[in-house]
Ligand binder design. Structure first.
Ligand SMILES: Cc1cc2nc3c(=O)[nH]c(=O)nc-3n(C[C@H](O)[C@H](O)[C@H](O)COP(=O)(O)OP(=O)(O)OC[C@H]3O[C@@H](n4cnc5c(N)ncnc54)[C@H](O)[C@@H]3O)c2cc1C
Length: 383
C-alpha cells in the first residue's frame, strides 16, 4: 500500500516521483521496459523560452533556475548548454519576424540580424531563403537523458519504487483507496497520478475520470550527415518563419523536421514515408546539404488539449486521482516546474507563490476548466 502511485515514467512521472518521494511512499509504474521510450526520448531537446502561449512561457521561465542549479545530486553534467536559435524569413515572410520579436519576453530577448550575418552564422543555408533573420541567444540544448535519469536515480535513492514492464490494465477504487492491476502485479495506493503522456485519457477512462479531450499529434524528424568540414557543433538551431519547419545539430549530424502535427491514437509512433520524403525535400530546398541518404528517422507524439495548456490538478469528480498531462511540445522544459506545482497541489491544495506572481492560476491549468468546455460537446454528441 503506497501513498502515491504514478502511472508513466516519462519525464513528467519521473519528475513528480522525485518531488513526492521525500513526502511519502511512491511507486512509479511504467508500461515499457525502459522509461523514456515514448515522447521523452523523442524530443528535440530544446529549451525555447519564447515558444508556446503565455502560460507555457511563464511555466518555462519558472523552470530556468532548476535547470541552472538542479537539486544536490540530481545532475552529474550541466542540464543546459548554449545553442541559440536563428529564425529565417524567406522572401514574403519578413512580417513573421516582427511578430516574433514583438512577442519575445523581456528576459528572453531576440534581435534582428542582416541576412549576410545570418548566412555566415549558418553557412549551409541557401542565400535565396534568407531575406531577413532574427537571433535568440537564450535558446538552449537540454540534456534530456541527464535530467530524466537524474530524477529516476534520486527518486530511487529516496526510497521510491520503479516498476517497469508493468502496463496498468485496470484501476478500481475500493474501501477508500485504489487497486491497480498490471497483469502480473497488483499495487494499492491512496492517490493515483496520471502521467501517462499520450495515454492520459485512456488512464482517465479506466479510473472513471475525465476525459480532458487529449489529442496526441505525431511529429516526424530525419537525421542526416552534415557537410564535411563544417563545425556543426557551433551552429544554432534554425527555424523557418511562416512554417513550423526547423533543423538543428544533433550528435554531430543534422536533425530536421517539418514540424508536422498529425492527430493520431496513442501508440509507438513511427514516421510515415511521405513525411520523411517531405522533410528531406524541404532540407534540400533550404540548405546546401548534399543529401545522399537519411541516416535515421523517427516520430514522437506531442499531446495537447484544446487550449494548448498543460493539465495539472485533481480530477473534477475524483479527489484521489491527479492529472499531470497535455504538455504538448514543451514537456521537457516545463517538467521541473510542473512537478513542483503538482507536489504543492497534492500536499497543500495550492500552487507555489511564484506561479501566481507569473500570472498562472490554479484554474488555468486545472482539469476543471476543460470539463466546463467539454460538457456541452459531450452533451451534443450524446443527443
Ligand atoms: C518531435 C518532438 C519534439 C519535441 N521537442 C521538445 C523540445 O524541444 N522541448 C521540450 O520541452 N519538449 C519537447 N517535446 C515534448 C516532450 O517530449 C513531451 O512533452 C514530454 O516528453 C512528455 O513527457 P511525458 O512524461 O508526459 O510523456 P512520455 O514520455 O510519453 O511518458 C508517458 C509514459 O507513460 C507510459 N504509459 C502509458 N500508458 C501506460 C499504462 N497503461 N501503464 C503504465 N505506463 C503507461 C508510457 O509508456 C510512457 O513511457 C517534443 C516532443 C516531440 C514528439
Amino acid at each position: 500500500m503506497y501513498d502515491y502511485a504514478i502511472i508513466g515514467a516519462g519525464v513528467a512521472g519521473a519528475s513528480l516521483a522525485f518531488e513526492l518521494a521525500a513526502t511519502g511512499s511512491v511507486v512509479l509504474i511504467e508500461a515499457e521496459k525502459q522509461p523514456g521510450y515514448h515522447s521523452t526520448g523523442r524530443s528535440a531537446a530544446l529549451f525555447t523560452p519564447n515558444y508556446g502561449n503565455g502560460i507555457v512561457r511563464s511555466i518555462n521561465a519558472l523552470s530556468m533556475p532548476f535547470f541552472v542549479e538542479p537539486p544536490e545530486g540530481l545532475a552529474r553534467q550541466p542540464l543546459l548548454t548554449g545553442r541559440g536559435l536563428l529564425t529565417v524569413a524567406p522572401p514574403g515572410q519578413e512580417d513573421g519576424l516582427d511578430k516574433i520579436a514583438a512577442a519575445a519576453a523581456d528576459d528572453a530577448p531576440v534581435h534582428h540580424l542582416p541576412p549576410s550575418e545570418a548566412l555566415s552564422l549558418v553557412p549551409l543555408l541557401r542565400p535565396e531563403v534568407v531575406s531577413a533573420a532574427l537571433f535568440e541567444p537564450g535558446v538552449m540544448d537540454i540534456n534530456v537523458d541527464a535530467l530524466h535519469q537524474g530524477y529516476l536515480r534520486r527518486f530511487k535513492t529516496l526510497g521510491g519504487h520503479l516498476m517497469c514492464d508493468a502496463r496498468v490494465l485496470e484501476l478500481v477504487r475500493s474501501s477508500g483507496h485504489w487497486i491497480i492491476e498490471t497483469g502480473d502485479k497488483t499495487v494499492e495506493a491512496a492517490i493515483v497520478i496520471n502521467a501517462a503522456g499520450a495515454w492520459a485519457d485512456h488512464i482517465g477512462a479506466m479510473a472513471g475520470a475525465g476525459p480532458i479531450g487529449l489529442v496526441p499529434k505525431r511529429r516526424s524528424a530525419i537525421v542526416v550527415d552534415a557537410p564535411e568540414g563544417l563545425n556543426i557543433h557551433a551552429l544554432p538551431a534554425v527555424d523557418m518563419a511562416g512554417s513550423e519547419a526547423y533543423f538543428k545539430p544533433e550528435a554531430g549530424r543534422i536533425m530536421a523536421s517539418l514540424g508536422d502535427e498529425t492527430p493520431t491514437e496513442p501508440q509507438d509512433a513511427q514516421p510515415e514515408e511521405l513525411d520523411i520524403a517531405l522533410a528531406a525535400d524541404w532540407l534540400q530546398r533550404h540548405t546546401t546539404i548534399n543529401l545522399r541518404r537519411i541516416e535515421h528517422s523517427w516520430a514522437g507524439l506531442r499531446s495537447f488539449v484544446s487550449d494548448d495548456v498543460p493539465v495539472v490538478g485533481f480530477d473534477n469528480a475524483l479527489d484521489d486521482f491527479f492529472w499531470l498531462a497535455a504538455q504538448g511540445g514543451y514537456g521537457i522544459m516545463m517538467a521541473p516546474t510542473l512537478a513542483q506545482a503538482s507536489r504543492s497541489l497534492i500536499k497543500l491544495n495550492r500552487l507555489p507563490d511564484d506561479f501566481e506572481d507569473r500570472g498562472v492560476s490554479q484554474k488555468a491549468i486545472s482539469p476543471a476548466r476543460l470539463a466546463e468546455q467539454l460538457e456541452p460537446t459531450l452533451m451534443q454528441s450524446s443527443d
